[in-house]
Write a protein that binds this ligand. Structure first.
Ligand SMILES: [Cu+2]
Length: 261
């Protein structure tokens, strides 16, 4: 006699084997510090990875990105060659260090290689940004980086991103090719690394939507790193085993909320 499994169990097994769609994946760029003061080390470390931040895994493979760089005062610096691969749970993550040479806002960005997600039958490309202020320059954080040489989709902060406290409301605007994206879903996740338990699985990621001007707001309840990921459909399908597959473009921004002591 054949053993039959209820569809719900099969769906559950598939979700665990691949990558549970309920748990949001985020590309991440995390600097060792986002507001570099005059007494701080001028060399910052950066971690670039693709994972489920709240739960701290499962770690997802991040192939060598297509682009990784920094924009400061409108000047693009290619940093792709500086990335060092580091395996975590057998999956590639990337690290680098960047030496700050002058007071400025530094917008680091990554364009990952398309990631094939079998559970969702699509490719995922999360264009990701993080903004570091050095030596209290406090200028440049609100500039889009689509051109020159940046990324096609992005979240431009409307709250200054490197001087936030836990409890603040963060506001950002989602842009695609420089134009606001109305009614977009923005997933929000805290980098909990699995140390905080969500009351239910739907609380792992939260969702806010953009208004008619592409603007969204979110009150951050806790100190730490917060990721915002606007999910947008990509322009052109990519072939997978001979078939056209959709591309999910994410516009991701990471900001740090400090505890108020
Ligand atoms: Cu995932």
């Amino acid at each position: 006699m054949k053993r039959r499994f209820p569809a719900s169990i099969l769906a559950f097994v598939a979700a665990v084997l691949f990558c549970a769609p309920a748990a949001a994946h985020f590309a991440m760029i995390i600097p060792s510090k986002d507001a570099v003061d005059k007494d701080d080390p001028k060399e910052i470390k950066l971690l670039v990875q693709f994972t489920h931040p709240f739960e701290g895994g499962p770690q997802m493979q991040m192939d060598k990105p297509k682009k990784f760089g920094v924009i400061s005062d409108g000047v693009v610096t290619d940093l792709l060659g500086t990335l060092q691969e580091k395996k975590v749970d057998g999956k590639s993550t990337w690290e680098t260090t960047y030496k700050i040479r002058k007071p400025a806002d530094y917008i680091f960005f990554v364009e990952p290689a398309p990631y094939w997600e079998p559970a969702e039958e699509k490719f995922i490309v999360h264009f990701t940004k993080v903004i570091v202020d050095a030596l209290a320059a406090k200028e440049g954080w609100d500039k889009p980086i689509a051109s020159p040489g940046g990324i096609p989709v992005e979240i431009v902060p409307r709250s200054r991103p490197y001087s936030l406290y836990a409890g603040n409301v963060f506001t950002g605007q989602v842009l695609k090719d420089g134009k606001p994206v109305a009614d977009a879903e923005v997933e929000v996740e805290w980098w909990g690394k699995g140390k905080t338990k969500a009351p239910t699985s739907t609380h792992v990621a939260q969702v806010v939507k953009t208004d008619g001007n592409g603007v969204f707001s979110y009150g951050m309840p806790k100190a730490g790193w917060w990721g915002f990921s606007a999910l947008l459909e990509g322009p052109e399908p990519i072939k997978h085993e001979g078939q056209d597959k959709k591309v999910e473009m994410g516009a991701v921004l990471w900001v740090h909320a400090y505890p108020m002591e």
